[in-house]
Every structure is written in structure tokens, then in C-alpha cells.
Design a protein around this ligand. Structure first.
Ligand code: MF3
Ligand code: CO
Length: 261
């Protein structure tokens, strides 16, 4: 595949990306409201599809082949529970229960532009350490967003994420992270969550860049493995993980979070 480099988007295009992002935020909200003990991850997949259709958009992940895979992703939603970090494949047999940490990750396309966002929901009462893990991951995203400014560096974003994990005594997972987004779901650059994944050459952030920033933290390890289904990424030690993601535009006025309602 030819390398297309980093896309820069005009104000008008960012407005179109925002439209996709608004659908993403709304669908995630409806999905989150339906997460209750006893519901299967396939049931919430169906809700996501319906809510997307209602809004005249298309799910961005359904039948999409991401650059990091040889096969197409067969669902609209990624639902990752507890030790599942990202790309959890919805299944009829997977039932959500009290005490779970559930990451829901969703993308939509409208008018040829994409948006991508994820939130982690606590189901009923969860343990104190799970609460702190969620808090750390959300805090990391908020701090990373503040670094998405023209003239800043990609490494500033990575540093904000990694140092927040350290502050909370949790682990930023290796290999998985954020990405440029706009006309396609995954564009350059890769936005690591862990310092070890930073390439030697840093990247200056410029006005018009649109980034999906997505910290993924675990309670016990940086390391992951892929489940037998070929998609679901899990922590190597089985410890729980959390994941939050926003699509953010780098503008003259500073960072604009496009996936906020
Ligand atoms: N936000 C996730 C990511 O960028 C969503 C991936 S969906 C998949 O990795 F279809 F690519 F799996
Ligand atoms: Co993403």
C-alpha cells in the first residue's frame, strides 16, 4: 500500500468530520445507556447499528480492513470487557455482568468523512482499583488533548499519556494507540500510548491535523496478546484495562474535541 503521509484538513472539512463525530458521540451515549448486567455484546452491536442508520450514517468499522490486519472487521462496535483491551468482537455468547469494565469503541462515516471515539463504562458497583484505572485513563486522554496544539510535538501527547499512567501506578499498553483520521479511519501518524513505541524522529503538530487519541491502560502490564478470534486484544497477565478515545482537531484556536456532545 502506498504511504499517503499526514493529511491536513481545512476548516470546511473539519466541519464534515465533526458531523461524523457527533453521530459517534450520540450512538456511544445510547449504547452506554443500554449496558446492563445480562445484555450480550451482540445485543449492543445491534443497538449501535440501528442508531447509526437512524442518523443517516454508516458504521466505519463494519467490513473495514484496518491497516494492521489482513482481514475485515466483522462488526460495527468493538466491545472490550475487563482484561480485553481493544477490538473486542461482539458475540451472542458474551454476557455483560455486574462489576465489569466495558470499553465501547465506535466509528461512523457520513459524507465521506469519519469519526472515532471510545468510552469505558463501569457496570454497577466495580472495585476501587478498577475505578482508579478508569480515572487514570480518562485523565490521560484529557491531558493528551491539551497537547494537541499547532507547534507542539507528537511526543508531548505520548508523554502526557505515559506520565499519567505512571502517576497512577498503572501501565500504558504497548503497540496499540491512536491515529490520524479524516477521509479514512486510520491515517498517519500513529499516536503511541507508550514511550517505547515512539519513533526516533519526532513529529511537529500542525494546524489541520485531526487525531484520534486513545489511551489504553492496564492494572498489571504493558503487554498484550491477541485472542483466538483474531481480533480481541487482551492483557498478558489477565488484569483489567480501560480505554478512552476522542477525535481531536489541531486548529488555530487550539485543540477541538469533535466527539463531544
Ligand atoms: N478505535 C479503534 C482503533 O483505532 C477501532 C478499530 S476498529 C477496527 O484501533 F475495525 F479497526 F478494528
Ligand atoms: Co481509533
Amino acid at each position: 500500500m502506498p504511504k499517503r503521509g499526514i493529511e491536513l484538513y481545512s476548516f470546511k472539512e473539519i466541519e464534515k468530520i465533526r458531523k461524523a463525530c457527533q453521530v459517534v458521540a450520540e450512538v456511544l451515549q445510547v449504547v452506554a445507556e443500554n449496558i446492563k448486567p445480562g445484555i450480550s455484546t451482540w445485543d449492543i452491536e445491534m443497538i449501535a447499528r440501528e442508531e447509526t442508520k437512524k442518523r443517516g450514517a454508516k458504521p466505519a468499522f463494519l467490513n473495514y480492513r484496518p491497516p494492521f490486519s489482513n482481514v475485515r472487521y466483522p462488526a460495527a462496535l468493538c466491545v472490550s470487557i475487563n482484561d480485553e483491551v481493544v477490538h473486542g468482537l461482539p458475540k451472542k455468547s458474551k454476557i455483560i455482568k455486574e462489576g465489569d469494565l466495558v470499553s465501547i469503541d465506535f466509528g461512523a462515516i457520513i459524507d465521506g468523512y469519519a469519526g472515532d471515539s471510545a468510552i469505558t463504562v463501569a457496570v454497577g458497583e466495580v472495585s476501587e482499583e478498577k475505578k482508579r484505572l478508569m480515572e487514570a485513563t480518562k485523565k490521560a486522554l484529557d491531558r493528551a488533548v491539551e497537547k494537541a496544539v499547532a507547534g507542539g510535538w507528537l511526543s508531548d501527547i505520548v508523554e502526557a499519556i505515559h506520565s499519567t499512567a505512571e502517576e497512577y501506578g498503572v501501565y500504558p499498553v504497548l503497540k496499540y494507540g491512536g491515529h490520524g483520521i479524516g477521509r479514512r479511519v486510520h491515517e498517519e501518524p500513529f499516536v503511541p500510548n507508550n514511550r517505547k513505541d515512539l519513533s526516533k524522529k519526532d513529529l511537529k503538530l500542525r494546524q489541520g491535523m485531526v487525531l484520534a487519541i486513545e489511551p489504553m491502560f492496564s492494572l498489571g502490564t504493558e503487554e498484550t496478546y491477541c485472542d483466538g478470534d483474531g481480533w480481541t486484544v487482551r492483557t498478558k497477565d489477565g488484569s483489567p484495562s480501560a480505554h478512552f478515545e476522542h477525535t481531536v482537531a489541531v486548529t488555530k484556536e487550539g485543540p477541538i474535541v469533535l466527539t463531544e456532545i
